[in-house]
Design a protein around this ligand. Structure first.
Ligand SMILES: NC(=O)c1ccc[n+]([C@@H]2O[C@H](COP(=O)([O-])OP(=O)(O)OC[C@H]3O[C@@H](n4cnc5c(N)ncnc54)[C@H](O)[C@@H]3O)[C@@H](O)[C@H]2O)c1
Length: 324
């Protein structure tokens, strides 16, 4: 059955792909995003144009420019639409910036989420999916990361704000019976990647002969998950009310950052100008997802290899940046 789904952060990298995916399978989607200036809003408008193109019918897609901190706006939005599910992706992202402005990260990532949980509770929404992050595992978790880890030692305000919001989701499940699934994303990459992502930074460095800082000479592991695979996992989570669950969404196969950079060099036929840097206190040398729970509860099966995904990323990047 076709559903009406609210996607917050719909103009962003992951939100725009998710909205497109849901539209393609026939759902009605309302996208909410404040188009903030964390990076160039023109990129977000371009993402929205891609989403619009995926709508089959006039009323299938609606975009609302607004802020999740605005509880009155949310109330109106939930009144006007009988949402079957909420996919809450809007957030201040980026670990480093969260150290400079922790207040903003908590206002958006925790209080904004509280507003949405309240609206979902009051309007009896059937399922609430919350985008969290692998960085909640911090430095002390056993590898590979399993959802049962306590995650009570976040290394920066960004993961602290996400972990706090995850726990608030549990309270709303416990008190009001709200179905809440927390999906913890690992390193997501693909077309429309944020400009601060490693993939975009290395690609920019290659194209503009700029130096790129690489921690530990790239001798650290990340669990890269291609956007199409991730979005399938999130969409399935919106379809399945599970009570309260936390589910890792990664590929379950960590790859050295140096190898990821090497693939970008291979596809661009150019060398990146890398400079060595020390791993900052807020970062970890290895992020590696155990995805058994996602396989079991969401039939999650990442299909895109890192080799193929980087090639697809590069095709998109070159199309945007190397037009003659
Ligand atoms: N990209 C990754 O590798 C990754 C990894 C782990 C978790 N995540 C999570 O996935 C989600 C999406 O990340 P992304 O990479 O697409 O980032 P993004 O910055 O491209 O998208 C986030 C969107 O949220 C919007 N937004 C921010 N504050 C808002 C507010 N107050 N009200 C309304 N909209 C607001 C922004 O304008 C932006 O378009 C985030 O919750 C992020 O924490 C991403």
């Amino acid at each position: 059955m076709k559903k009406t789904i609210l996607v917050t952060g719909a103009a962003g990298f992951i939100g725009s792909h998710l909205a497109e995916h849901l539209l393609r399978r026939g759902d009605r989607v309302v996208g909410l995003d404040n188009l903030n200036t964390a990076y160039d809003p023109a990129r977000k408008r371009a993402n929205l144009a891609g989403v619009q193109a995926a709508a089959h019918q006039l009323h299938q897609w609606e975009f609302v420019q607004g802020d999740i901190r605005d509880a009155a706006l949310l109330d109106r939005l939930f009144d006007e639409n009988a949402f079957d599910a909420v996919a809450h992706l809007a957030a201040m992202t980026g670990i480093g910036v969260s150290i400079e402005d922790p207040q903003l990260y908590f206002e958006v990532n925790l209080l904004g989420t509280l507003n949405l949980l309240n609206a979902a509770k009051q309007h009896l929404v059937g399922n609430f999916v919350f985008a969290s992050t692998s960085s909640v595992y911090g430095g002390g978790s056993a590898i590979p990361f399993v959802e049962t880890e306590p995650c009570d030692r976040p290394l920066a305000p960004y993961p602290a704000s996400k972990r706090a919001a995850e726990m608030l989701g549990f309270s709303y499940h416990h008190l009001y019976g709200l179905n809440c699934t927390v999906v913890r994303f690992f390193s997501v990459y693909g077309p429309r990647n944020r400009p601060d992502s490693l993939a975009c930074q290395v690609a920019d460095g290659i194209c503009r002969q700029k130096k790129v800082r690489l921690f530990r000479k790239g001798q650290m592991h990340r669990d890269w998950i291609f956007i199409d695979d991730l979005v399938r996992g999130i969409a399935t989570a919106t379809d399945r009310p599970l009570g309260y669950e936390i589910i890792n969404l990664g590929r379950g196969e960590p790859v050295l950052v140096a190898d990821f950079v090497g693939l970008l060099e291979k596809h661009s036929c150019a060398r990146a100008h890398l400079i060595e840097a020390l791993l900052p206190d807020m970062d970890v040398p290895c992020a590696f997802a155990n995805i058994e729970k996602a396989r079991c509860l969401l039939e999650f099966q990442p299909a895109v290899s890192v080799e193929e995904g980087v090639e697809r990323f590069w095709q998109w990047y070159a199309g945007q940046n190397l037009r003659v």
